[in-house]
Design a protein around this ligand. Structure first.
Ligand SMILES: [Zn+2]
Length: 71
């Protein structure tokens, strides 16, 4: 079962708030809102435990600019 990661970001170009989910891991998941492309780039060990470092890419539904975020 894939893990859905909820994201809320603002578009770099027009400032529109983009909300959606990215999929982490293999398997089925339920898409909510705008689909994000999720690229894992590493892992971090913090006091709260393990955390995945990743890039998320999505297309703004308002101005169609492609945005990239570090999460
Ligand atoms: Zn935009």
């Amino acid at each position: 079962m894939a893990e859905p990661i909820h994201l809320k970001v603002s578009c770099h170009a027009c400032g529109y708030t983009i909300e959606g989910t990215a999929r982490y891991g293999p398997g089925h998941y339920v898409q909510e809102g705008i689909p994000f492309e999720f690229i894992a780039i590493g892992k971090e060990i913090t006091a709260k435990g393990r955390r995945v470092k990743a890039e998320a890419i999505c297309v703004c539904p308002k101005c169609t600019v492609k945005n990239k975020y570090l999460i």
